[in-house]
Design a protein around this ligand. Structure first.
Ligand code: EPZ
Length: 415
């Protein structure tokens, strides 16, 4: 198991860039199943999770060629509709491929996606949505078998604006008969990127980015080339790394609208910045102010930034309160931050953080992707050396994070 060794105390300065979005790439890669042809994807981050999705696509009969951040996927010979257990367990978001297999085959078989360290991660909203458009589902021995004679459009009201459920229902509806309307749909930018990709492939999807999405079934799809949007959480992570070290950077390849809620909170914490198209010149204050955070669905403050922002607040002046409204167990990382001297009290879905002047290097473990990233940021500012074990979690979602931060003056080694 690899680890990071981080020597803290360096201010981040210079310039770096943001890679393509993990959470836009995964549903778009799944969507390539729908057309029996060639999809060329650019700016796909070369990370564990996209590699896992490539394995799943190959397992279904796709031919996949990766050349750096470019993928060529040939789905003409897809000949299987079962997602293997081990790959489902490896990455719970692989449930997203069920929608596109159903869209093409009207049948799919997959196992319950493994939960993970941020909560139970149920898929009841996915299943309820499928059943509303004529898909029958039955569960046996932990596997879910779905099938439909016809997929017929209908109106689906989501109890919660689930990102995955919204994406899965869109994918299952692309080749349907009729029209499906999703009410209380998730509004995350990754869903807009999925809509743009699908429409370029000849689908008819409208309303992504709003809470009502309409999918009109089509019969024919065509080959497509598409450039994945920048990763808004990676952008937020690099900006927060700069903020926690009191640094000053230029960050390229961002989408400023997507990171607006993160920038609002960084401004409140005392940071200043100037945006020119897809570049941000960003500067941190000597000492950050305490800031209160409540995570909500987009366009509110993203839950994926909660752990990362918490690290900043551990060295801010004053007491901050974080309320995590999306996942029921997304504070595990705080036990590791406490080993570095952080003063954090957890009460249910609330974390109370008393800012202190210093954190101290320690041996800590990454518990999940974003929790791991929060430990990297704490290591950057801590006095002395920090060893972060189980960095496989971090490598799932960040492309060359250590290289990018080292290019800004950090001192991170992999052992
Ligand atoms: C997506 O996960 C993202 N993953 C997550 O990012 C992100 O945290 C999350 O959306 C929220 O923004 C990908 O896009 C691959 P949800 P997803 O369905 O789709 C409950 C990261 O760090 N729920 O919006 O799984 C669920 O338990 C990852 O990059 C149900 O109850 O999120 C959770 O409490 C972590 N029933 C809440 O909704 C369902 O059927 C949000 O889940 C589905 C979800």
């Amino acid at each position: 198991m690899s680890s990071y060794i981080i020597e803290g105390g360096k201010k981040l300065q210079g310039e770096t860039y943001v890679s393509g979005s993990k959470n836009a790439s995964l549903p778009i890669m799944a969507a390539t199943i729908l057309n029996k042809g060639i999809s060329k994807l650019y700016n796909v981050p070369n990370i564990h999770d996209t590699q896992m999705m490539i394995e799943i696509l190959k397992n279904l009969g796709c031919k996949v060629k990766r050349n750096g951040n470019k993928l060529i996927i040939d789905s003409s010979k897809v000949n299987n509709y079962e997602i293997p257990e081990n790959l489902m367990r490896e990455m719970r978001s692989s449930v997203i491929i069920a929608g596109s297999i159903l869209g093409r085959y009207k049948k799919a078989s997959f196992s319950y996606p493994g939960g993970c360290d941020i909560g139970a991660r149920p898929i009841d909203l996915h299943i309820k949505g499928f059943e509303k458009i004529g898909i029958k589902t039955q569960e046996e021995h932990g596997r879910i078998n779905c099938f439909a004679d016809e997929i017929i459009g209908d109106e689906i009201n989501l109890d919660f604006p689930s990102v995955g459920a919204t994406e899965n229902i869109i994918l299952a509806s692309i080749l349907q008969k009729g029209v499906t309307t999703i009410v209380n749909a998730a509004m995350e930018p990754e869903i807009e990127d999925l809509q743009k990709f699908l429409n370029r492939m000849g689908a008819k999807v409208e309303g992504a980015g709003s809470n009502i999405i309409k999918i009109t079934g089509v019969q024919q799809l065509k080959d497509v080339s598409y450039n994945i949007m920048p990763d808004r959480i990676e952008a937020g992570t690099i900006l927060c790394a700069t903020a926690i070290t009191g640094g000053k950077i230029k960050l390229k390849q961002i989408n400023p609208i997507h990171i607006a809620p993160i920038l609002d909170k960084l401004r409140e914490a005392g940071c200043s910045f100037e945006i020119k198209k897809d570049i941000i010149n960003f500067e941190a204050p000597k000492r950050l102010n305490a800031v209160d955070i409540r995570t909500t669905p987009y366009p509110g403050f993203p839950t994926d930034m909660q752990a990362i922002f918490a690290s900043l607040l551990c060295v801010a002046s004053g007491t901050s309160v974080i309320v995590e409204n999306i996942f029921e167990n997304r504070f595990k990382y705080t036990q590791e931050l406490q080993r570095m001297g952080a003063k954090i009290k957890i009460e249910g879905r609330t974390a109370i953080i008393k800012g202190s002047r210093k954190l101290y290097g320690a041996e800590v473990k990454a518990t999940d992707l974003r929790g791991g990233a929060s430990l990297v940021l704490a290591g950057l500012v801590a006095k002395g050396k920090t060893k972060i074990e189980d960095i496989k979690y971090i490598l799932r979602g960040y492309e060359k994070l250590d290289e990018k931060l080292n290019s800004l003056g950090a001192n991170i080694k992999i052992i």
